[in-house]
Design a binder for this molecule. Structure first.
Ligand code: PLP
Length: 351
């Protein structure tokens, strides 16, 4: 893990998952920084591992600023500079988003935080092993990752803590992890995560090129075959394997079920909240109306996937979207020119 990040092994601390690493980074940093202030800055598109920890800290008297994002899900460095205060202890912005794959300008954001004396944490759970990350180049103080996102086992993660960064312990007990994270280490999973890190780093570029081309092919096919299909986020500035779409007049959850019956694994937005029935907070923050945000579908590609599979996925999605729309009274009204036409502005080039 240290090698992949250009860190030193003493700066890597093993945790039970990415969620624990995020919780530890936030709670540990603000507790250690109480002397400086009680203000935290994060973004409105973070994973709930960060957002819910912020809510918890708000209940304990900390103040949190949630930065907005642009239509492609990206935080503005200028906006961060304006939000930073003398009492800001920590800025936490994810490296890449889990729903729409947008990649944040981490090095510039970290610089802005450091210019005002705040620490910078990045949740790199989606990015580690998929895009190059060097803690030297990014200049982050804290970075979280999770084994199962890069081919390792589930239930293990780690937190990078830059040498000298003050951080309160989160788990108290024995002296494991140099006295900073108590609890017997899960050696088998840690070894598995290490091997996965080695493998993912060894062929990262080659894999990213292949998977990125496949993803672009999927985007082209879907746009060609399905009317009123929107790609969420930017085409270029995204994780290689991430493709997120919204289909007007379709419930994402229904589409996921139909695809599941075809043996195609997809998720309606974030996999972690796909059972909750709520519209994605990420898509809403990117400015999509709730009726469109509820029609989202996320497909994640890997190097095992092929063009033939993409053709089948596009064909099945086209069939199901048409079936679902035919059952939708709102779509019938729209087709007859009676429904709201405003929705068209979210589908440039479509009719
Ligand atoms: N952060 C991000 C961006 C994620 O995508 C996830 C999981 O999907 C997590 C944190 C939580 O990681 P874990 O499931 O290992 O607790």
């Amino acid at each position: 893990m240290a090698e992949v990040l250009s860190a030193s092994p003493e700066e890597i601390y093993f945790t039970g998952c990415g969620t624990e690493a995020d919780n530890w980074a936030l709670v540990g940093a603000v507790e250690a920084g109480r002397g400086r202030g009680r203000h935290i800055i994060t973004s409105s598109v973070e994973h709930h591992a960060v957002l819910h920890t912020c809510r918890h800290l708000e209940r304990r008297g900390f103040r949190v600023t949630y930065l907005p994002v642009n239509g492609e899900g990206v935080v503005s460095v200028e906006e961060l500079r304006r939000a930073l205060r003398r009492d800001t202890v920590l800025v936490s912005i994810m490296a890449a988003n889990n729903e729409v794959g947008s990649i944040q300008p981490i090095a510039q954001l970290a610089q802005a935080a450091h210019d005002r004396g705040a620490l910078f944490h990045t949740d790199a759970v989606q990015a580690f092993g998929h895009i190059p990350l060097s803690v030297e180049e990014l200049n982050v103080d804290l970075l979280s990752a999770s084994g199962h996102k890069f081919g390792g086992p589930k239930g293990v993660g780690f937190l990078y803590i830059r040498e000298g960064v003050p951080l309160e312990s989160f788990l108290h007990g024995g002296g494991q992890e140099r006295g900073r994270r108590a609890g017997t280490e899960n050696v088998a999973e840690i070894v598995g995560m290490g091997e996965a890190a080695r493998l993912s780093a060894a062929r990262m570029e080659e894999r990213a090129v292949y998977v990125g081309q496949l993803r672009n092919y999927l985007i082209r096919q879907l746009r060609r075959e399905v009317p009123l299909c929107r790609l969420n986020g930017s085409r270029e500035n995204r994780l290689p394997g991430n493709a997120s779409f919204c289909f007007a007049f379709v419930e994402g959850r229904s589409l996921v079920l139909q695809l599941d019956a075809d043996g195609i694994c997809a998720s309606g937005g974030s996999a972690c909240t796909s059972g909750s029935g709520q519209s994605s907070h990420v898509l809403l923050a990117m400015g999509l109306p709730p009726e469109l945000a509820s029609g989202s579908l996320r497909l994640t590609l890997g190097e095992e996937n092929t063009r033939a599979q993409i053709d089948r996925v596009a064909e099945r999605i086209a069939v199901h979207v048409e079936e679902l729309r035919n059952q939708s009274p709102a779509y019938q009204e729209f087709r007859q020119g009676r429904g709201p036409r405003g929705i068209l502005r979210y589908f440039p080039g479509n009719s």
